[in-house]
Design a protein around this ligand. Structure first.
Ligand code: FES
Length: 154
């Protein structure tokens, strides 16, 4: 494991002693620190919390929120929850995938962008909504998305 990953993981483990329910907060803290949950951290976390590797891996892979690889320089998250779905989120996501040449749940080969689904940004009344580099945008259209991506050089 990379030294900086190892150091970050050690710090996160120290801050999250074994206890019932410790896994999710620990994983969130690790992703906040590293931007993802490295697969090589799974056995270390499992041993720390006295869980099986399968249990830890199952949680990491179940929640879309957790990335198993570093994100691209720009992160686009399109809301796919119900209100946004009913107001064109699928078309918006398809437009983004086509424009960026990057499928949802993936990072483009050049590392420029990651496209991810997200499930409710709290802007349901102003759907469809998305988040671009941690900034939320409501009442989105393909044209508005194009303008935002253009500003990012994409
Ligand atoms: S459903 Fe998309 S913001 Fe709530």
């Amino acid at each position: 494991m990379d030294t900086s990953v190892n150091d970050s993981l050690a710090a996160v483990l120290a801050a999250h002693p074994p206890a019932p329910g410790a896994l999710l907060p620990l994983l969130h803290a690790l992703q906040d620190t590293l931007g993802h949950v490295p697969p090589e951290s799974v056995p270390v976390i499992a041993e720390h919390l006295n869980l099986s590797r399968a249990e830890v891996h199952g949680v990491v892979s179940y929640y879309h929120f957790f990335r198993q690889a570093p994100a691209g320089r720009t992160v686009l998250q399109v809301c796919r929850a119900e209100a946004c779905q009913s107001r064109g989120a699928d078309r918006l996501l398809a437009h983004a995938e086509q424009r960026l040449g990057c499928a949802s749940h993936s990072t483009r080969a050049d590392g420029a962008v990651t496209v991810e689904p997200i499930y409710c940004l709290g802007l349901c009344a102003s759907s469809p909504a998305l988040m671009l580099n941690e900034r939320v945008h409501a009442r989105m259209t393909a044209a508005k998305l194009d303008a935002l991506l253009e500003k990012e050089g994409l």
